[in-house]
Design a protein around this ligand. Structure first.
Ligand SMILES: Cc1cc2nc3c(=O)[nH]c(=O)nc-3n(C[C@H](O)[C@H](O)[C@H](O)COP(=O)(O)OP(=O)(O)OC[C@H]3O[C@@H](n4cnc5c(N)ncnc54)[C@H](O)[C@@H]3O)c2cc1C
Length: 418
């Protein structure tokens, strides 16, 4: 309206409303600014990837007094990262792969400490229930480790399982272990909390693979800065960055998780009535997380999906996966047989050939590290992985664990670690 001096919402938002016309015109004229000076700084370590591995590596290095820069193409714990999304299982039972049990035990202490000071919990001590047919070797080995290490647990046969969890249906001959000290972690927010606790800024930059030359004393960063060490914790993007070395060795596969909504007022599928659970399910492992933070009952099938590109994959769940999850609910959680699907997430595992992590130098390079291969079980162990990477950087003589070495990474998928 002519003569109406009421400022528009846009003017209010841009802060121009109260200025006289001439001043307004001056204000909108582009300022001739000097180009921003590149941040030319030298750091001990530049980390590429602010997922759970990169974030905890930064955390440990900073605690050890190192200077660090942390880069991520999309930001910390984002929707396309393997560390993004809502929740992850933290358990200690790993069958005969006790190296991961030890890492989980060590990591749990860090997660708990972080959770204690966070504004909302990062760790939920729901317990973790694992069940399988009687005589299952993985169950027996996990139980032996829990017993030998005096880690809190209960175990029993099908009657024990059925009495304890009446909202579930168990079958003849099944046996189970309830880990009482573990549970679930909050994923994307958890990573952001690690970074906040480390007091480091994530720089949103797409980092290239390094230039390798014997004459290079310091690694150059895109803005002119330099770093003594580079840590590539790029998750499912590792093979894309280093195709010659890692193509076929770190493979990203599509994974879907579903959230179903229990009837209003039905508390049987939330803690404390239901723990995190995992079913051996004839080798086609199915696991779930009880309703945390109102996200609903989460269920996932731990079988590798098709190979994907983490940048371009469409993240819409498919009908076949939803149908399989629902059929499983009907058999195992009858009270949820007709529960509505209230959420879903399409993510990716970044698999090594057998499921072992990769924590080793880039071949032939003393100060470039490759960290990844979480293979669907890496989140819980983020603190221990970060601690190990930091230890290698602090002590160049520290031997690389053979299971995490580049040399042991093959190209034929044959998963042995679950
Ligand atoms: C559906 C699902 C369920 C899972 N369940 C569990 C579970 O219950 N328990 C468990 O312990 N683990 C679980 N995992 C595995 C675990 O989440 C992953 O192993 C772990 O999060 C991997 O972390 P990361 O830091 O290696 O990778 P990411 O989280 O993917 O981080 C890598 C980061 O690198 C960045 N990046 C890549 N390239 C570049 C570049 N060129 N420049 C800058 N930045 C770059 C990316 O943007 C990304 O943020 C699950 C994973 C999925 C997908």
């Amino acid at each position: 309206m002519a003569g109406d001096n009421t400022p528009t919402r846009r003017a209010l938002l841009t802060g121009l409303a109260a200025l006289p016309v001439a001043a307004t015109a001056a204000a909108v004229e582009p300022k001739k600014r000097k180009p921003a000076k590149p941040k030319v700084q030298h750091v001990d370590v530049a980390i590429i990837g602010a997922g759970v591995f990169g974030a905890w590596t930064a955390w440990h290095l900073l605690r050890a007094g190192k200077t660090v820069r942390l880069f991520d193409a999309y930001g910390a714990g984002h929707a396309r990262a393997s560390s993004g999304g809502e929740s992850r299982v933290i358990r200690m039972g790993y069958g005969a792969d006790t190296i991961y049990s030890e890492m989980a035990r060590e990591s749990l202490a860090y997660w708990k400490a972080l959770s204690d000071t966070a504004s909302a919990p990062i760790f939920h001590n729901t317990g973790v229930l694992w069940f399988a047919p009687q005589g299952d070797a993985y169950t027996a080995q996990s139980l032996a480790w829990l017993q030998a290490n005096r880690v809190g647990h209960e175990h029993g046969d099908v009657r024990w399982l059925q009495d304890k969890y009446r909202q579930m249906q168990f079958y003849q001959g099944e046996t189970g272990i309830l880990e009482t000290e573990t549970g679930a972690l909050i994923a994307g927010r958890g990573v952001q909390e690690v970074i906040a606790d480390a007091q480091i800024e994530v720089e949103r930059v797409v980092m290239p693979a390094p230039l390798f030359s014997k004459r290079i004393k310091k690694h150059s960063l895109p803005d002119g800065g330099t770093a003594d060490h580079l840590v590539y914790a790029a998750g499912p993007w590792l093979a894309e960055l280093f195709p010659q070395q890692l193509m076929g060795k770190i493979v990203a596969t599509r994974q879907e998780v579903y959230h179903f909504g229990a009837p209003q007022g039905d508390t049987r599928f939330a803690p404390p009535e239901l723990p995190v659970w995992a079913d051996f399910n004839n080798g086609r492992i199915v696991y779930g997380i009880p309703d945390l933070e109102g996200a609903g009952f989460k269920i996932a099938i731990d079988v590798h999906g098709p190979v994907i590109d983490p940048d371009t994959m469409e993240r819409q769940p498919g009908p076949a996966g939803i149908a399989e999850a629902r059929a499983y609910l009907t058999r195992r959680f009858p009270g949820l047989a007709s529960a509505p699907l209230i959420g879903a997430r399409v993510c990716q595992y970044e698999n090594s050939s057998n499921g072992d992590y990769l924590i080793d130098r880039f071949p032939g390079q003393e100060r470039v590290w490759l960290v990844g291969g979480g293979s669907g079980h890496g989140f819980k162990n983020g603190p221990a992985v970060g601690k190990r990477v930091a230890a290698h950087i602090l002590d160049a003589k520290l031997a690389v664990e053979p299971r995490f070495s580049f040399a042991t990474k093959g190209t034929v998928a044959a998963r042995t670690v679950f």
